[in-house]
Write a new protein. Sequence first.
Length: 86
Amino acid sequence: IQSLSDRKTYFRQQREQSSLLPSASQMEHLGTLGFHHMEFYTGDALMTAKRFELALGIPITSWSSLATGNDVCVTYGLECGVKYDR
């Protein structure tokens, strides 16, 4: 796997071969136009952000931690660049 399209093709093939995963007709659709942000509370913020970055191709654009003066939590910002105007 050398590109995002190769990764998507691989996972699509895996999904089609697996009976454990729901088919496209069984998947839940939210029916939204978009979203501004999502917030996850995890034990490992870096690995969660890296998973989104690798799986969806959304780059990490910002972060906050003890090194930046935030002594409460560690956060990572990922930005897809899509604008949702109504």
